[in-house]
Write a protein that binds this ligand. Structure first.
Ligand code: NAD
Length: 265
């Protein structure tokens, strides 16, 4: 199947970049965006996983290319944007999604861990936005950040992560204010608990053993009005909405996709 054989999708003819695209929520978004007709650049620190995903989706007739990118490195992020421009000549939407989590409150988190999380989640978001913004102005494009419910409400024991996602929330609103008059819309998703490598490692770090791990997972889900884990595809669906023209009068919004956690608990 070629690009022209496919039905028109919400992103047909568009070029999308997804950072942290090789795993979890980003991986679901890469596939969803590609199935909606986008040419997708899957940018990730884990080049092997990014290439494996791209190969699987290309074999399925989709347009996906992998690139090794470290969002904390300005030259790497610039190279990611250049690659997209070289391949398709445009950048229409960028999902700023790469993120890491470390455990700890302010007394227990090390400065090194704090700095690592802020570098990836907050500074990485800034560097990505800076590298792609001139090209999004050219296409009247969209930026979608992956924030977190934790960046809106706080959660026990994740001080660095929470602060970094608070920065993402503020950056989303700031960029929306700065670039609305140049045609760029900027929004964010605030996911609740989604079962991925990131959430798995968070609870593994807290758990004494397998039984305790399962107890912790059950405790988390017990707080959710829709009492189950979110699926990466359920987050990607809303990302698609915000990335595409379907959300054409929305900017500066932080949209919780969280099984009702923030509003109803
Ligand atoms: N899983 C959840 O419950 C949850 C909830 C709220 C928000 N989020 C956010 O969603 C985003 C995706 O998380 P996920 O749960 O899919 O995690 P994940 O660990 O499955 O995927 C994260 C991806 O980011 C990549 N990455 C890490 N550091 C990078 C760097 N410096 N440069 C480029 N890529 C890098 C990893 O290699 C990985 O492929 C993150 O921003 C996370 O904070 C996740």
């Amino acid at each position: 199947m070629t690009q022209s054989d496919r039905q028109e999708g919400a992103l047909t003819g568009k070029t999308a970049i997804v950072t942290g695209g090789a795993s979890g929520i980003g991986r679901a978004a890469v596939e969803r965006f590609a199935r909606e007709g986008a040419y997708v650049i899957c940018a990730d620190l884990d080049a092997t996983a990014a290439q494996a995903l791209a190969a699987r989706l290309v074999a399925d007739g989709l347009a996906v290319e992998a690139t090794e990118t470290d969002v904390t490195d300005e030259s790497s992020v610039t190279a990611m944007a250049s690659m997209a421009l070289k391949v398709t000549g445009r950048i229409d939407t960028v999902l700023v999604n790469a993120g890491i989590m470390v455990e700890g409150d302010v007394l227990s988190v090390s400065l090194a861990a704090w700095t690592r999380v802020m570098n990836v989640n907050a500074t990485g978001s800034f560097l990505t936005a800076r590298a792609v913004m001139p090209h999004l102005i050219d296409t009247s494009g969209t930026l979608v950040f992956t924030a977190s419910t934790v960046g809106l409400s706080g959660m026990k024991g994740v001080a660095a992560y929470s602060a970094s996602k608070g920065a993402v929330v503020a950056l989303t609103r700031q960029l929306a204010a700065d670039y609305a008059d140049r045609g760029v819309r900027v929004n964010a998703i605030a996911p609740g608990a989604v079962r991925t490598a990131l959430s798995e490692s968070q609870f593994r770090a807290r758990a004494r053993d397998d039984t305790h791990f399962n107890e912790l997972l059950a405790q988390v889900i017990g707080r959710y009005p829709i009492a189950r884990w979110g699926q990466p595809e359920e987050i990607a669906e809303v990302m698609l909405f915000l990335a595409s023209d379907r959300s054409s009068w929305m900017t500066g919004q932080i949209i919780p996709v969280d099984g009702g956690l923030l509003e109803l608990r």
